[in-house]
Design a protein around this ligand. Structure first.
Ligand code: TMP
Length: 208
């Protein structure tokens, strides 16, 4: 069976962490080989870059920020994602390039075509087989973010930033419905989990 590359994305406060647990359980129940990883991060270099990128004290201009995201991603692809897939292990990544389009492109207004160029150069054709996009209204996201004790450099952004970020996620999903499962995260846990599980079941078909 071909190993699958699955990503989970959405604006801050959409409920990714909660639903990662659902995904872990789904794979564990089927005893499918899988690695769980995240961006920015997933490797020692990537985690060091994550510390820089999320630290509110970091002052990086937009192109630098974008290149650091892609630097972390390059290392992640080369050292974790491609080797796992080649070995027949499924990969679930908490965020991937959709986040760069949404946050640096939407939130910070970097031209999307610049991100496209970097994505092609870094990914060399690697694309997720399925992206689970958790979508929640702005008020829900902001209320959850504001409840965090220490907000990172992105969580400190304002409502307009997250409005633009969410819009780019939605546009990307609408443009490529076969790759995305857009899941309304503003419902009770069981309903959201059921949709996450249904999307995984569709991807794996009779194999799981
Ligand atoms: P999270 O993993 O807790 O969601 O935090 C990662 C933060 O980094 C989140 O606010 C989104 C942001 N981010 C970007 O701005 N661009 C990217 O390419 C990625 C992967 C994350």
């Amino acid at each position: 069976m071909n190993a699958r590359f699955i990503t989970l994305d959405g604006i801050d406060g959409a409920g990714k962490s909660t639903h990662l647990a659902t995904i872990r359980r789904w794979f564990a129940q089927r005893q499918l080989p899988v690695v769980f990883t995240r961006e920015p991060g997933g490797t020692p270099v990537g985690e060091a870059l994550r510390d820089i990128l999320l630290n509110p004290a970091t002052q990086a201009n937009l192109r630098t920020e974008t290149l650091l995201m892609f630097a972390a991603r390059q290392q992640h692809i080369d050292s974790v994602i491609r080797p796992a897939l080649a070995a027949g292990t499924h990969v679930v990544s908490d965020r991937f390039t959709d986040a760069t389009f949404a946050y640096q492109g939407g939130g910070r207004s970097l031209p999307l075509q610049d991100i496209e160029i970097l994505a092609q150069w870094v990914q060399q054709g690697l694309e997720p087989d399925l992206t689970l996009l958790l979508d929640v209204p702005l008020e829900v996201s902001l209320a959850r973010i504001r409840a965090h004790r220490a907000q990172d450099r992105f969580e400190q952004e304002d409502a307009d930033f997250f409005t633009r970020t969410r819009a780019v996620y939605q546009q990307r999903a609408a443009a490529c419905p076969e790759r995305y499962a857009v899941i309304d995260g503003n419902r009770d846990l069981a309903a959201v989990s059921a949709d996450v599980e249904a999307a995984l079941a569709r991807l794996f078909g009779a194999q799981a």
